[in-house]
Ligand binder design. Structure first.
Ligand code: PRP
Length: 183
């Protein structure tokens, strides 16, 4: 899928496929270094993290295992409640493990903040975060994200796993939509 397929609803490209690729390579090198000699468990948060997980993991030279969680980011109502419900839990016992949560975007930080506390309470040896995108201006809680792809403005973005009404996750870049698409 590309911008032409989105048509009039398309805004602009924020991060090209080449920029994402290059940054992922840098992050992978850093992760390989930081976890040398340890076996990392990558935990992808469905569904947005599918692309980052696929591309980041393939750049790692370390031996890793993968697992997935699905959470409903919020209870009914507003995105600010901070209520997180587990829709699919890990298949893995993470006690004593080095865990790296893989996310597409950190927006308010509420999902991650909850996830970090939840996974740490299971006795993991370490729990860190790799997120492709972060919106500092949208932060409601302070979350320590060890590996960040890019800080981006607080705009509605789609592509590379991120959706609008479940669409556009399969754009290979990160872009914005024209306001009329979502207003
Ligand atoms: C997105 C994203 C994070 C969360 C970030 O997931 O993947 O999990 O929102 O937002 P926050 O920092 O404000 O908590 P979403 O709930 O849209 O589900 P999806 O991954 O299935 O698209």
């Amino acid at each position: 899928m590309d911008a032409a397929d989105v048509g009039a609803d398309f805004g602009r490209v924020l991060k090209t496929q080449a920029e994402l690729d290059q940054r992922l390579e840098e992050l992978a090198q850093q992760i390989d270094q930081d976890y040398a000699g340890r076996e990392l468990l990558l935990v992808g948060v469905l569904k947005g993290a599918v692309m980052v997980m696929a591309d980041l993991s393939r750049r790692l030279h370390s031996k890793v295992t993968m697992d997935w969680m699905a959470v409903s980011s919020y209870g009914s109502g507003t995105k600010s409640s901070g209520v997180v419900r587990i829709l699919k839990d890990l298949d893995t016992d993470i006690h004593g493990r080095d865990v790296l949560i893989v996310e597409d975007v950190v927006d308010s930080g509420l999902t991650l903040s909850w996830l970090l506390a939840n996974l740490r309470s299971r006795g993991a040896r370490s729990v860190e975060v790799a997120a492709m995108l972060r919106k500092p201006a949208a932060a409601k809680v302070d979350v320590d994200v060890r590996y960040v792809g890019f800080d981006i403005p607080n705009e509605f973005v789609v592509g590379y796993g991120l959706d609008f009404a479940e669409h556009y996750r399969n754009l290979p870049f990160v872009g914005t939509l024209a306001p009329q698409a979502y207003e």
